[in-house]
Write a protein that binds this ligand. Structure first.
Ligand SMILES: *Cc1c(COP(=O)(O)O)cnc(C)c1O
Length: 231
């Protein structure tokens, strides 16, 4: 069985190869290790192998892991669907939120961001696969949402996030990620982040401009949802 450190080495190689293939500087692509459903010990192993940024989808699970890992200087990213009654804890305990898709949530995050912390980094999740996915704002709603969020005082709008419909077809992957890049470019805002690409499609996402790839399975192995604790 490969260790988490081995897997990190392999994913880093894939990121470098994908960057080289399109003459991008590999250091412009950041690895977000998606640790949902995985124990704190797995995060500790990834930290020991050099990873600093971790993505979580389930608030209670994330808070419990953060408590167990408070001795480490980690940067936590919230990447799951957000209910309004969870915004305060998210505003208080994360550095980034990749999954904002409506203004009400952004307003609450801004109001609830503690004054002694830097602005919360935000990506707007955009739905580029139409009916296939329920999360994310529509491309039509994106410009107004982006303008409104960029005016909120305790948030820093960094860019867009997308989870296209899964496919192994490289041309379809490229088309979906290119549409995210083009939507970002069409906004007249200074944005520096494209959060796109997961274990199976990170090469395509990097070819289309990803600056964060969010990788779970390829680092930590398959997830077992029969375990409790991710409500
Ligand atoms: C689970 C998850 C990932 C990681 O997916 P893998 O296919 O395991 O790499 C990335 N982004 C989001 C938003 C996720 O929920």
């Amino acid at each position: 069985m490969s260790t988490i450190a081995d897997n990190i080495g392999q994913v880093s190689q894939r990121i470098r190869a994908a960057a080289d293939a399109v003459q991008r500087d590999p250091s412009s692509i950041h690895l977000l290790a998606v640790s949902k459903t995985k124990p704190a010990e797995a995060v500790r192993e990834a930290y020991a192998a050099g990873v600093r940024d971790f993505g979580e989808n389930y608030l209670q699970e994330a808070l419990s892991k953060q408590a167990q890992l408070s001795d480490l200087p980690l940067s936590w990213h919230f990447i799951g669907p957000i209910q309004s009654n969870k915004t305060r804890a998210i505003a208080e305990n994360f550095a980034w939120v990749h999954s904002v898709d409506r203004l009400k949530i952004a307003q609450r995050l801004s109001e609830q961001r503690p004054a002694d912390l830097p602005p919360l980094n935000i990506c707007i999740q955009v739905n580029v696969s139409g009916e296939a996915s329920k999360s994310g704002c529509t491309p039509a709603d994106l410009p107004a949402l982006a303008n409104a969020i960029s005016a909120l005082p305790h948030l820093k709008l960094r860019g867009l996030m997308a989870i296209p419909e899964p496919t192994e077809d490289r041309a379809a992957q490229d088309a979906a990620f290119a549409s995210v890049r083009e939507l970002q470019a069409s906004l007249n805002l200074a944005l520096d982040t494209l959060s796109m690409g997961m274990s199976h499609d990170l090469a395509s996402a990097i070819a289309q401009g990803a600056t964060w790839v969010r990788v779970g399975t390829a680092l930590f192995g398959a997830r077992d949802y029969s375990q409790p604790s991710h409500g």
